[in-house]
Design a protein around this ligand. Structure first.
Ligand code: FMN
Length: 356
């Protein structure tokens, strides 16, 4: 399954959702390596006066990131957003995504993010200006509407297509829903029928089977996963394999998962530096431990570690022990069942280890 965004052919239909505080460069690269078709940056304000902060500079750093690199912009001023798109393209963005979905008070209160859905004329002016000003393709990410009495995603999708936007991602909740209740996909189906541009379905997609079901019921071209990738970046490997050939790939071994986690930690320390790296790694380690109950006893120490060396050593010990636990079980299976059973035993335990 593939889809296109302007000249870019995206080979894999499961993509990573932009998440402030999560989808930094190390996590984007990791998810791309594990199969995500795209991985958008955390949102960057269009207000260039705020670009001097460490946070903004980090968000615009794309070194080593696979193509196409997607940068998400937040704002409400057409000219400012268009200029920010142009500058970010100069800095390496190859697709510009406009945030019209964020419900957070900090963003909504400034009439940005999902607040824009309440002003369709402004949506049109913004998208016209950004498409005209941007040397690279433009996409937009929206919710279904401001609230359930004002569902307008199908109309917004037509406005976007008329402006020349190349794809639209839709989260199946309204702004008023925030993250409550369940995402609905009926509106997404209407968007797919109305838009005339590729549609990326988003909201509560947390397994390969659900991804297939959402694509089938909506007619969307791709799925976008956010929270389901917390602690399980390898979910893209499963979802994409299932979408491509209807089967899950062989599960990762625990030793492979351990290596992914330790590699992720190292990348965080290098990218964010000692203090921020340790702090951000805590969040990911919490998610990784949540997936594997046998690592729970290490969690308090992992959260308390204050240096990268202490945190890394503890993580290596924690996930090393978790791998050895699997190996011991394999040996028991081998002794009981003989060498022919070895692979079966290994796979059944790896399956148990595999959270996807
Ligand atoms: C921690 C967090 C940060 C987010 N930040 C952004 C953001 O910067 N831009 C954006 O468009 N959406 C943001 N979102 C929304 C997600 O992209 C996505 O639409 C939402 O989580 C629903 O998808 P999911 O159910 O797969 O998580 C964020 C969500 C979370 C949980």
């Amino acid at each position: 399954m593939s889809f296109s965004i302007g000249p870019w052919q995206i080979a894999r239909a499961a993509v990573l959702a932009p998440m402030a505080g999560v989808t930094d460069r190390p996590f984007r690269i990791l998810c791309r390596q594990l199969g995500a078709g795209l991985a958008a940056s955390e949102m960057i304000t269009a207000d260039q006066q705020l670009w001097q902060s460490r946070k903004s500079r980090q968000r615009m750093n794309h070194e080593g990131e696979p193509e196409p690199r997607v940068v998400q912009l937040a704002g409400n001023d057409p000219a400012q957003l268009a200029e920010a798109a142009r500058v970010n393209a100069d800095l390496g963005a190859q697709i510009i995504d406009i945030n019209m979905g964020c419900p957070a008070k900090k963003v909504y209160g400034k009439l940005c993010g999902s607040a824009l859905l309440g002003d369709e004329a402004l949506v049109g002016r913004i998208l016209d200006a950004v498409v005209r000003g941007s040397p690279v393709p433009v996409t937009v990410k929206i919710r279904t509407g401001i609230d359930r009495a004002h569902i307008n995603a199908p109309r917004i999708s037509r406005i976007a297509a008329e402006a020349g936007v190349r794809a639209i991602a839709v989260h199946g909740r309204t702004r008023a829903d925030f993250y409550e209740g369940e995402a609905e996909y009926e509106t997404l189906r209407e968007v797919c029928a109305a838009a005339g541009i590729p549609v990326i379905a988003n909201g509560d997609i947390d397994s390969a089977v659900k991804a297939r079901a959402v694509l089938d019921s909506t007619g969307a071209n791709a799925v976008m996963l956010g929270r389901a990738a917390h602690g399980t970046p390898w979910i893209f490997r499963d979802v994409n394999a299932f979408l491509e050939n209807g089967r899950l790939p062989p599960p990762l071994l625990r030793s492979e998962i351990r290596d992914i986690i330790l590699g992720h930690l190292e990348a965080l320390y290098v990218f964010h530096g000692e203090t921020h790296g340790v702090r951000i790694a805590r969040k990911h380690l919490g998610w990784y431990c949540q997936q594997h109950s046998q690592t729970a006893s290490f969690r308090p120490a992992l959260m308390a570690a204050e240096s990268s060396s202490a945190q890394f050593a503890l993580a290596a010990q924690c996930f090393g022990q978790w791998v050895r636990h699997e190996n011991n079980k394999i040996r028991v299976v081998e002794q009981a069942d003989g060498a022919d059973e070895k692979r079966c035993g290994r796979e059944s335990h790896a399956q148990e280890a595999h959270p996807g």
